[in-house]
Ligand binder design. Structure first.
Ligand code: TYM
Length: 367
């Protein structure tokens, strides 16, 4: 796994070991409940399953040192449900802790990593994605969105200070770069490190920062955490989510490179229902067999969608699981129930997105 490619079924506990992160466990969740008043289902269910220094973030919070949130988007295409997954938790964190959020849009990354021939194209998609980001419901008073190529006067002096502490050997070891990679790709991770420090720079004193993101982004922040103390900053903390699987199974993450296996934020009701209808389940080959032997929700991407995003109610989620196992629930009806939830979510999102057009400038951070 790199931030740009994920192959095969992901062994999440192995990633905790390999990356050297901490699992999110019961005592930490109890702390969250005490401080936030509730635990978000994605935390309670282990969708957000791993962290770095979240305990420290809460220690500081209890001492009265508020943290800032930081997350981002590489604008390569339309937004899909996988991207929205970490943003749902980010919004919950913002609401519950009244935290400021830095939202980085890496048009430079998407240009450099060859998603686009022209930089202008990446910038155009960036502004289209920003509508979806605003539609998530972030608080305009507490949210700052910026494009790397536009906010560069603020970012570049920080990026080069970071870059000076990263050798080519390190980026090659972390990201697997080769001689054919362009030098922008090699430099890029310094840009993704910058927002970890923006609030500290603004306030002129160190401010804790926590980054909710998919686990695929962790390699960037391993480097940022090594560099931070060398520049006199706190190390950024992290909350890592599992990756929402493709509709065609756990062998791939939901990714725009295969549009048929992805629910996009802009999908029509008809498209969303069709794609869910064609999703891979843990069902048997015939109705008779399923009634007799039951299905397997543990390998079912329809169930994964209930669990990751669409069924906040713990009792109903358990009922979906149990009735699948027992054979009482069939895949067809289960897909229709999920599709109803997804379509309601998309309709709400699309209406918010239309309203967002009027509000872009309230969110933008500019040089
Ligand atoms: P990008 O645009 O690839 O993805 C945006 C966010 O969505 C997460 N993600 C997923 N989460 C769950 N399931 C999936 N199938 C899935 N696919 C993508 C990513 O982990 C990410 O959190 N380089 C970054 C942009 C960025 C960033 C950041 C992301 C800049 N600064 C700080 C997170 C935090 C990128 O291209 O993300």
């Amino acid at each position: 796994m790199t931030p740009w490619e994920v192959h095969g079924v992901i062994d999440y506990s192995k990633l905790i070991e390999r990356f050297g992160t901490q699992p999110i466990q019961a005592p930490l969740l109890e702390r969250v409940r005490r401080l936030a008043g509730e635990v978000h289902p994605m935390l309670a269910r282990g969708v957000f399953y791993s962290h770095r220094d979240f305990n420290w973030i809460l220690d500081e919070y209890e001492k009265g040192n508020k943290f800032v949130l930081y997350t981002g988007r590489g604008p390569s295409s339309g937004i899909h449900l996988g991207h929205m997954l970490p943003w749902l938790l980010t919004k919950w964190m913002q609401d519950r802790f009244r935290a400021k959020l830095y939202f980085q849009i890496t048009d430079d990354e998407k240009f450099l990593f060859k998603d686009f021939e022209s930089l202008e194209e990446a910038q155009k998609i960036a502004y289209d994605n920003i509508l979806d980001i605003i539609a998530m419901g972030f608080d305009p008073k507490l949210t700052r969105i910026f494009l790397d190529t536009e906010y560069i006067r603020h970012m570049y002096p920080v990026a080069i200070r970071v870059a000076k502490h990263i050798t080519f050997s390190t980026t090659r070891a972390v990201f697997g770069f080769e001689h054919s990679n362009n030098i922008g790709e090699i430099f890029y991770t310094s840009m993704q490190a910058v927002p970890c420090f923006l609030e500290s720079i603004e306030q002129g004193k160190n401010v804790p920062c926590i980054i909710p993101c998919g686990i695929d982004q962790d390699p960037h922040f391993r480097i940022a955490r090594d560099v931070a103390p060398l520049l006199g900053y706190y190390k950024p903390a992290l909350l890592h989510s599992k990756l929402l699987p493709s509709l065609q199974g756990f062998g791939a993450k939901m990714s725009s490179s295969q549009p048929e296996t992805v629910i996009f934020a802009a999908d029509s009701e008809k498209e969303a229902r069709r794609k869910i209808g064609e999703a891979l389940t843990g069902g048997r080959t015939s109705v008779e067999e399923q009634r007799r032997l039951g299905g397997n929700p543990d390998i079912c991407v329809v169930y994964a969608n209930y669990q990751y995003i669409f069924e906040p109610d713990e009792d109903h989620l358990k009922a979906v699981y149990d009735t699948c196992r027992s054979g009482a629930r069939l895949c067809g009806e289960c897909k229709v129930e999920l599709a109803d939830k997804v379509v309601a979510f998309l309709k709400r999102h699309q209406a918010n997105r239309e309203r967002a057009r009027e509000h872009v400038e309230e969110f933008m951070l500019r040089d």
